[in-house]
Ligand binder design. Structure first.
Ligand SMILES: [Zn+2]
Length: 707
């Protein structure tokens, strides 16, 4: 499920600088410069024109096309500061690999050395973050600086400065998403690896643009991180406090999770859910009084929007920002933040010639699925005839008509036969320390169907560390380093929550290990996009109770999980659609003010609701689809989450079909970073799409509706 993004995910999203530039452009003759190099020296077109036949003459007519492409790619990025015409010509003559043997040597050397570079950078980062990430005692102020330092921040600049980037651009092809989709299935693995090598240098972004992106990221991240509601200070019309003292919920993640938890509260649950819905709506419309945000000094009725000095104390006095009964609404700050992200992305546009918008970068480069294809998948879910059928089932279980917050209905999830306390006790006894979990890894992997050889190999490549926070997986970037599994271990031993996370992270580590150590080309290591590594981790996590010796879920429980997947995919499709429409609107209205963007977003959220949700919820004009905090923090991450939810179902369905996780897992993971569709065809025989989810939901409805 969507949750606050770990730093590693944000870094990964930022790092996936994929496929750009010149190769799209058959329209450019050798004498013509691509339009994307505003800093090109005047002599460059002539130099390119002269060198193309020279290289073809020297290495044979067979090299003409390669030479032309390579020269065009270098010209795309060459600036006056990189050297004069003589330097350019000398560089090209010295570095064009015109025969296969030289090209092989060049490719192999770059592959080996890129692995060394990435691997050691990752080890430095890991070491510098160790005090922050692990349960190792107090964090001193300078530890934050070590943790924030990114040793690889200037590598791309350095490689343009020392011309290694130009060596790659002269010899290996930059590609567009269209080419990768159209031709990629026919490429050899080596050709794919060459494509990923060239992609590393597909952008040359000036430092001031990177700085603007980093600043926007920091400012919006801070805004979201501090956007809490003090729930004891939400009062209903009778002045009742429905939530306990001290409860502080971060928007929107914790608010949504509280709605989910409130289904179990037979007494006040419904009233609480309605109140949270009103609060969320006021955040989206920015009618929320500014003074109530992250402030336990006032009481607030989200229905009437009345504010009073707090009549109850439940916090440290330092947390109180104001006690003023001031109902002045937040001045569209939420949308000012979004415009900040937009402004930074617009600066980047100029350096992204073939993906010249944030939308194109998200779809073509990050997701590597066409925007129209994602749109079509969203439509398939939103307009599925299964939606009203699942909605009626939820209503029959709730015994009342749906209300808008039932977007987050979670009653399909199978109930555990054991209480959390029983599970905690079992886990603490089994894993008193991180080392105890480490020791058990081979055994856990055998239970998941890995061979003894695989289990031994993987266990030798995974190091378990006690985490300071909730946990994460930190893979290696070179084969000589292990992957790290971080999970929380309390003084009393691991609890069930920590164990559940550990099993998830172990899935990441196994993917990371196979896709780095057992892949044919390290340049292809990894997965097509974030959704794939999450899908593989969910496969592990879904078996955590079986690994504790509990029985496998029965058919009804499995059906419940599928219905839960479907209902959240429906919700994700809605919020992803809203975010895509909002970005399209911003590009169509680049001069918009925060209030204008607020009004447009509210309008888009309402229209999306009225079209796809109102027919089953029987309520008009709901704005809840605009509440996701990701929207304000990371451009266009929600389409990613939506695609990830489909990928997870496809991967799980394949594991079930194959009947074993171990061999399937390695087979899938060593495909590496090709396009999502190619990966999925290799893994399951079908491209990425909602069919597995829709088929599964149809079957699940039949299963649970059986008397
Ligand atoms: Zn994960």
């Amino acid at each position: 499920m969507p949750s606050p993004l770990p730093r590693s995910a944000r870094r990964m999203a930022a790092r996936l600088v994929l496929g750009l530039a010149a190769a799209l452009a058959p329209a450019f003759g050798a004498a013509e410069l691509p339009p994307s190099n505003p800093a090109a020296p005047a002599w460059l077109p002539d130099a390119v024109s002269a060198l193309t036949p020279e290289l073809a003459g020297r290495y044979g007519a067979g090299q003409q096309a390669r030479a032309q492409r390579g020269l065009r790619q270098v010209a795309e990025f060459w600036r006056a500061g990189d050297g004069d015409r003589a330097a350019f010509e000398a560089f090209v003559r010295a570095n064009f690999a015109g025969d296969p043997a030289t090209r092989d040597t060049m490719f192999n050397r770059f592959e080996t050395l890129c692995e060394q570079l990435d691997g050691h950078m990752q080890e430095i980062t890991r070491a510098f973050r160790q005090q922050l990430d692990l349960d190792l005692g107090p964090v001193l102020p300078f530890d934050e600086q070590f943790g924030a330092y990114d040793p690889s921040a200037h590598v791309t600049d350095d490689f343009f400065a020392n011309k290694l980037a130009f060596v790659v651009l002269l010899n290996f092809p930059l590609t567009t998403l269209d080419e990768r989709l159209h031709d990629g299935a026919g490429w050899s693995r080596r050709e794919w690896a060459e494509v990923r090598l060239a992609e590393r240098f597909a952008k040359r972004v000036p430092a001031e643009v990177n700085l603007a992106l980093a600043e926007a990221d920091a400012i919006t991240g801070q805004y979201i991180a501090d956007y809490n509601l003090w729930m004891h200070h939400l009062v209903d019309a009778d002045g009742r406090r429905l939530f306990p003292p001290g409860m502080r919920l971060l928007s929107h993640w914790n608010l949504r999770d509280e709605i989910k938890a409130d289904y179990a509260d037979a007494h006040d649950g419904l009233a609480k859910q309605r109140l949270i819905q009103r609060a969320m709506e006021r955040i989206v419309t920015q009618t929320i009084p500014a003074v109530v945000v992250n402030n336990p000094g006032v009481d607030w009725n989200p229905v009437s929007n009345e504010v009073r000095p707090a009549a109850a104390r439940d916090s440290d006095p330092a947390a109180v920002k104001s006690t003023a009964a001031d109902a002045t609404p937040e001045p569209a700050t939420r949308y000012a933040m979004l415009l900040r992200l937009f402004a930074a992305q617009r600066q980047l546009d100029a350096y992204s010639p073939t993906a010249p918008t944030a939308l194109a970068r998200q779809f073509d480069e990050n997701l590597q699925i066409r925007e129209e294809q994602v749109d079509a998948m969203i439509d398939q879910i939103l307009t599925s005839p299964l939606v009203p059928r699942v909605a009626r089932l939820i209503e029959s279980r709730l015994g009342r008509p749906l209300e808008p917050f039932d977007l987050w209905y979670n009653g399909f999830r199978p109930d555990s036969q054991l209480t959390e306390a029983q599970l905690d006790a079992q886990v603490a006894a089994k894993y008193p320390t991180a080392a105890a979990y480490q020791q058990d890894i081979p055994n856990l992997l055998l239970k998941l169907g890995f061979t003894p050889e695989q289990a031994r190999y993987l266990a030798a490549n995974i190091v378990v560390d006690p985490a300071r926070g909730s946990g994460h997986a930190m893979g290696a970037e070179m084969r000589t380093a292990p992957a790290h599994l971080r999970t929380r271990v309390e003084r009393t031993g691991m609890n069930y929550k920590g164990y559940n996370i550990a099993v998830h992270e172990m899935g990441h580590n196994v993917e990371q290990t196979f896709s780095l150590n057992r892949i044919d080309h390290t340049l292809l290591h990894g997965v097509p996009n974030n959704g794939f590594t999450e899908a593989l981790a969910f496969v592990f996590q879904g078996h955590d109770l079986e690994l504790l010796g509990r029985p496998q879920p029965d058919a009804r429980q499995a059906a419940g999980k599928t219905l839960d997947d479907f209902w959240s995919a429906y919700e994700m499709a809605g919020v992803a659609r809203v975010e895509i429409e909002v970005w399209r609107w911003m590009y169509a209205h680049p001069q918009a003010t925060p209030p204008e963007l607020r009004d447009a977003t509210v309008q888009i959220a309402r229209a999306t609701w009225n079209r796809y949700f109102a027919p089953v919820f029987h309520r008009q004009d709901v704005v809840l689809l605009g509440i996701y905090s990701h929207m304000i923090e990371i451009p266009l991450y929600l389409p990613n989450y939506f695609v990830a939810s489909l990928v997870a179902v496809q991967v799980e369905a394949q594991m079930r079909r194959a009947g074993a996780i171990g061999p399937e897992f390695e087979r899938m993971a060593v495909e590496g970073r090709v396009t999502p569709d190619l990966w999925m065809v290799h893994a399951t025989g079908r491209p990425v799409g909602p069919e597995a989810l829709l088929t599964g939901t149809e079957q699940a409805l039949a299963t649970v509706c059986q008397p």
